[in-house]
Design a binder for this molecule. Structure first.
Ligand code: HPA
Ligand code: ZN
Length: 341
């Protein structure tokens, strides 16, 4: 007999919704503050953790942007990335498509190259020393003007061969995807993949816009799509991947109880859902914890867990031959595992 945590740990899987700045643990926050001679508005790690009680997305974002202020040097960004990769390697994660928010750093005077080179160095080391591959997704901050999204795209020009795509994050309500139509078109013209947060707090119309105005390849979250049957039909017909984040949804009060989380319902409707952590240092768990807590709360079956693992690769931007190899590994693992549920 294999138990759920053992089965989940051994299951090959990818993470497709992870904000690297959201993996900044309070311990590293203090270490970087000390290293960079910065004052923090907190006296202890415990005090920081006690501040992580959020009523909504904006409550979280306020503290998340403040925390990111300790990241100053290339080494800081490399250390941040490596700390995250060590955690998910232990969870049996094989591939990550990680978000970063350049404007959060360039707006406080940190050069784009410091951020990108530091993250890329951490990613390269994770690949060789931990066996976790990864790709970068540059996110535009939607609470800012669309014009403010063009400089990061320009700064990314020398890195286009090392950036998978662009995304859209930060405060959703009041900032519909259509506000970013031009910069997404310009991003597509540069060969970048497109993803966008939609339907986390925003209405189903934002998911429609992400599909029809931006032309995204993937929807981040998408929970509120369930309010619109026509939209569900469209997402199923398109085989559109949703990067769902259950512990984030719980922490940001998108759901009141994990047992009421729509993930199982999404799978039942034929939606291509995946399981992810979003901002693990802030939301109470990395990838493995998201899988185990959600499987427990919703009674996910072995077949559903296998589907989620497969979706994490078929929904990724990995080359088709790598995806096929991972799917075969998942099948081999599932049929050899004694886990039955
Ligand atoms: N939602 C929107 N924007 C974000 C998030 C999130 O969960 N995390 C970091 N930026
Ligand atoms: Zn997110």
């Amino acid at each position: 007999m294999s138990d759920l945590p053992t089965f989940v740990q051994g299951l090959p899987k990818a993470e497709l919704h992870l904000h690297i700045e959201g993996s900044l643990e309070p311990e590293l926050m203090f270490e970087l503050a000390r290293r960079n001679r910065l004052d923090l508005p907190f006296r202890s790690v415990e005090e920081v953790r006690a501040a992580y009680a959020f009523g909504n997305l904006q409550d979280f974002l306020d503290i998340y942007y403040q925390g990111a202020g300790v990241l100053r040097t290339e080494e800081d960004f490399k250390d941040l990335a490596l700390a995250y990769f060590r955690r998910v390697a232990a969870d049996g994660c094989r591939h990550v498509e990680l978000f970063f928010d350049p404007q959060t750093h360039t707006d406080r005077g940190i050069p784009f190259a410091v951020v990108a080179d530091g993250l890329l160095a951490g990613m390269a080391e994770a690949e060789t020393s931990l066996g976790v591959g990864s790709g970068l997704i540059l996110c535009y901050l939607r609470h800012l003007d669309e014009d403010a999204a063009f400089p990061p795209l320009r700064m990314a020009e020398p890195y286009l061969d090392r950036i998978l795509g662009v995304g859209l994050d930060s405060s959703e309500v009041g900032h519909p995807p259509s506000k970013f139509a031009r910069v997404f078109r310009a991003s597509r013209e540069r060969g970048l993949k497109l993803v966008a947060h939609a339907g986390e707090e925003g209405p189903p119309e934002y998911v429609w816009e992400a599909l029809d105005v931006l032309g995204v390849d993937r929807i981040d979250h998408g929970n509120r799509a369930l309010e619109d049957p026509k939209l569900v039909e469209r997402l199923v017909a398109d085989g559109m991947t949703l990067t769902v984040c259950p512990l984030s949804n719980l922490k940001l009060c998108v759901v009141d109880d994990l047992a009421e989380h729509p993930l199982k319902r999404m799978l039942g409707l034929g939606l291509k859902a995946t399981l992810n952590s979003d901002d693990p240092a802030y939301f109470g768990g990395y990838l493995g914890r998201n899988w185990i807590a959600t499987a427990d709360a919703l009674g996910l079956t072995k077949a559903e867990l296998v589907t989620l693992a497969k979706n994490s690769f078929t929904g990724s931007f990995l080359p088709p031959e790598t995806v096929q190899a991972r799917l075969a590994e998942i099948d081999a693992y599932a049929s050899s595992s004694a886990y039955s549920q």
